[in-house]
Design a protein around this ligand. Structure first.
Ligand code: GDP
Ligand code: MG
Length: 210
């Protein structure tokens, strides 16, 4: 099926939170425009950026096998395979990702920022212990301002700076398990796991709403 860009099945608002300087704006620009900026421009952050993508859930993957089987059995029947194909088509998700314009520096993020958000990427910097210690505070902020069912993924960014690491990956792992969050280490600079982080959150949300 061919779709134009403004056609989608779901619109999901995702917020980026975490201390200043951890790489939120670059994670956003990497995901939505495949761009990275060495210099931080915290004061001119965009309000939000969007990207439209396809999500396939577990049921869709199972259907792929059903489809392969259907092709084998009904290869002469064009009609049959068209029907199956429609069933296995992934959903088109429009991700609307909100970034702060540096307000996190003054702890001045308003509840409007969180309003309607169904997912959050809670980012820390693996080279700055303090940003990891503050994750607890950000979780409290989410509990106070966001929907109780918001899907949260904790992200340890700047994994390319392994030689400067001050947060062992196991610490992130242990904390996320304790809090029931997903966890990934990313590098916006080297484009590692950024796609995966968003896809994981969006799939989880899709699983919940569908
Ligand atoms: P924000 O304040 O959380 O939005 O952080 P920024 O996206 O503005 O990034 C802060 C600084 O960290 C900038 O100088 C970025 O170039 C740098 N940065 C962001 N992500 C990475 C990364 O994955 N690796 C490295 N080495 N630097 C990064
Ligand atoms: Mg920023």
């Amino acid at each position: 099926a061919h779709r134009v860009d403004n056609e989608y099945d779901y619109l999901f608002k995702i917020v980026l939170i975490g201390d200043s300087g951890v790489g939120k704006s670059n994670i956003l620009s990497r995901f939505t425009r495949n761009e990275f900026f060495l210099e931080s421009k915290s004061t001119i952050g965009v309000e939000f950026a969007t990207r439209t993508l396809q999500i396939w859930n577990a049921i869709h993957f199972l259907s792929v096998y059903a489809y392969a089987e259907a092709i084998r059995v009904y290869s002469s029947s064009q009609l049959k395979s068209t029907i199956v194909l429609r069933q296995i088509e992934g959903k088109t998700i429009k991700a609307q990702i909100w970034d702060t314009a540096g307000q996190e520096r003054y702890r001045a993020i308003t509840s409007a920022y969180y309003r309607g958000a169904v997912g959050a990427l809670l980012v820390f910097d693996i080279t700055k212990r303090q940003t990891f210690d503050n994750v607890q505070r950000w979780l409290r902020e989410l509990r106070d301002h966001a929907d109780a069912n918001i899907v949260v993924m904790m992200v340890g960014n700047k994994s390319d700076l392994n030689h400067l690491r001050s947060v062992p990956e196991e610490d992130g792992q242990a904390f996320s398990e304790k809090e029931g969050l997903s966890f990934l280490e990313t590098s916006a600079l080297e484009a590692i796991n950024v796609e995966k982080a968003f896809h994981t959150v969006l799939s989880e949300i899709h699983q919940i709403v569908s």
